[in-house]
Design a protein around this ligand. Structure first.
Ligand SMILES: [Zn+2]
Length: 199
């Protein structure tokens, strides 16, 4: 997906009129709003609601910014044509697009581990997980790295937030657990090998 960014707002006094290309309870028109965010992605992320090759709708009206989502059908219109169409639609409302940001672009802050894409403030890694042999939803163990915009980076273990020092301590304990499990497996094998095992 892509995000369109425009020059800063200069006046966001609502007029009470709905934006003409928005159905339902979308944002009301502002007199001279100049900022708009549009998330643009191909069909597949969501259905086209109008049946046209390009569709645009409002998601938020947090003055001084309008937030929109837009999708396009790549079979009917190229991405460049979709962007041009949206640019023209918004320009007709006095909303001038500066540039497009690719929402599929990899994280610029933590390119080594963050799996979030596009414009984002909360960073997260893929989870390292050990699955159960049983058909249960939650894995046996799962851990990852998280950096939320309002917190320090931390290691998440089973949904518990660990400082780096705590994470190292738990990692050491997990290593000891792994060694102990190897020893248990060996004992179990030896026990099975005994004649009349279990008695
Ligand atoms: Zn990130």
């Amino acid at each position: 997906m892509s995000q369109l960014k425009t020059i800063p707002a200069v006046d966001t006094t609502p007029t009470g009129r709905a934006l003409p290309f928005l159905a339902g309870d979308g944002p009301r028109e502002h007199t001279a709003t100049k900022t708009v965010n549009v998330m643009l992605g191909p069909v597949g992320i969501g259905p086209l609601t109008s049946g046209k090759p390009t569709d645009l709708w409002a998601t938020e009206d947090a003055a001084p910014t309008y937030d929109f989502e837009a999708i396009f059908d790549p079979k009917q219109v190229s991405r460049a044509a979709a962007e041009e169409h949206l640019r023209a639609q918004l320009a007709a409302r006095g909303l001038h697009v500066d540039r497009f940001l690719d929402e599929n672009a990899p994280c610029q802050v933590y390119p080594g581990w963050c799996v979030e894409t596009g414009d984002h403030i909360d960073h997260g890694s893929q989870e390292f997980l050990i699955r159960s042999y049983r058909e249960i939803a939650e894995p046996l163990v799962f851990a990852g790295i998280v950096h939320l915009s309002d917190s320090q980076p931390y290691v998440s273990l089973q949904n518990e937030s660990l400082s780096p020092a705590q994470a190292r301590e738990k990692a050491q304990q997990l290593r000891e657990l792994a060694d102990a499990m190897d020893a248990m497996a060996a004992k179990a094998e030896a026990a099975k090998a005994r004649p009349m095992h279990g008695r």
